[in-house]
Each structure stands twice: as structure tokens, then as C-alpha cells.
Design a protein around this ligand. Sequence first.
Ligand SMILES: Cc1cc2nc3c(=O)[nH]c(=O)nc-3n(C[C@H](O)[C@H](O)[C@H](O)COP(=O)(O)O)c2cc1C
Length: 200
Amino acid sequence: MRLMIIAGGMRYPSGSGRAAAFIRQKAGKLSLFDQIDLLDLGQNPLPLWDEGVWQGEEKWRQILTPLRERMQAADAYVLVSPEYNGMASPALKNLSLFFDERTTGHKPALIVAVTSEAHNGQYPVADLRAFGAKNTKWVFIPDHLIYRDIGQLINENLQMTDALLEERTLFGLRELRLYAEAMKDVRNRHSFRTEFKYAP
Ligand SMILES: Cc1cc2nc3c(=O)[nH]c(=O)nc-3n(C[C@H](O)[C@H](O)[C@H](O)COP(=O)(O)O)c2cc1C
């Protein structure tokens, strides 16, 4: 089973990047997944979608072929989204324009929202749950995580100061692993009759 963690921050370094690194460390220690891939969109920005994607431009082929392979290889995802202006990260939304259910479909995803504030973080969760799955067909698992006050919550040595939230993180990863197992059967039995209109 392979896990892909996607950090949706649009700068580097970032709070969401640190959260993603923390989750990678925890997932590694749990040994739930055989492989863990971390894509930090702040460190490796993906250009904004443009018409050249549909024209099959060489520039896009070079970017998308290896990226699709990485995305395709995953059995489960952790989507780490910063809260930007009360929304999920536009970088994550942009990423989702390039793929449809042939790559991400019927695979479980754990949403992790990150904010530097003491009270926000619910907006990226609501945004992704409402608008993140129609074409990707990600299956968001019932639990999600909100990392508030990220500067204090996870230090530079990737230690979390909130033991309960750390426990919740491990719980979420275990739950994600169970869904990854179960959804594999769904994918095997799915007839995939959708017309693939928008992704190359
Ligand atoms: C463009 C931008 C908009 C932001 N808007 C919000 C916001 O609406 N609510 C909030 O709680 N934090 C907001 N923040 C602060 C982020 O919560 C903070 O930067 C946090 O570390 C997650 O973002 P990062 O991964 O880019 O570091 C914003 C940050 C940026 C860069």
C-alpha cells in the first residue's frame, strides 16, 4: 500500500509543509504503508493550468507524465491544505484540474487543514469536502484533522505539542489505511463508465 502526502502550501518553507513532514514521519513510524511519497507544492510549484494541457504541449507532457505516475501509484492520500483567505489552497485546486478518476478515483483521502490562527481551519475542510471530489472522485474519509496555531503546534524538530491531536493524527492514518485496503476492491470491481472530458 502506498501513501501520497500532498502539501498544498504555495510558499517554501510553509506551515503546511511542516505539517506534511510531521505526518510523513508519523506514518513512517506506524509502518502502515510500504511507501510514502511527499509532494510539496510550495517547494515544487505546478504551473497554473492553461490551454496547452489540452493541446498536449511538450512542456506539459514533461510535467504531467511523471506527476501522473506518482499520483497513480498512490492507494491513499493525505491532503494538507493551508487556509488561504478562508479557502482551501488554490495550488491544491489547480493540481486537481490535471487528473480525474483514472488517477485519483475511488482512493481515500484524509484532509488536514493548517492555520497559523487559533480559531480557523474549518474552511479548507468544508471547501474540499464540498468541491474537491466531483471529478477527482477522491473519497474523503469521515475524519479530518485541523492543525491550528501551526507555529507553536509543531516545532522545527517535528515534535507536536498537543498529545491529543497527535493521537488523533495516528487514528486518522490508521483509518486511512483501512479505507485504502477496502477501496482497492471497489476499484477492481468498478466499471469506469464515465466519459473523461476534461483531463488529458
Ligand atoms: C495568502 C494567505 C492567506 C491567508 N489567509 C488566511 C485565512 O484566511 N485564515 C487563516 O486562518 N490563515 C490564513 N493565512 C495564514 C495561514 O494560516 C498560515 O500561513 C499557515 O502557516 C498556513 O499557510 P502556509 O502553509 O502557507 O504556511 C493566510 C496566509 C497566506 C499566505
